[in-house]
Ligand binder design. Sequence first.
Ligand SMILES: [Zn+2]
Length: 55
Amino acid sequence: MWLVRCGHSEAYVKTSQTCPDCGVKKKKTLAERWHSCPCCCEKHRNVASAQVNLN
Ligand SMILES: [Zn+2]
């Protein structure tokens, strides 16, 4: 899966900071692995990032 291989690319960082449910961008550091959003969307950042790319 290219998302994992390009884990440190700029695109990956950008999508990994966007909530797949509400689209809100939330600043995350690379050390933060859990996506937690005020809209009650909680998931692993890789999962959230993949969903953003699918949308
Ligand atoms: Zn959200």
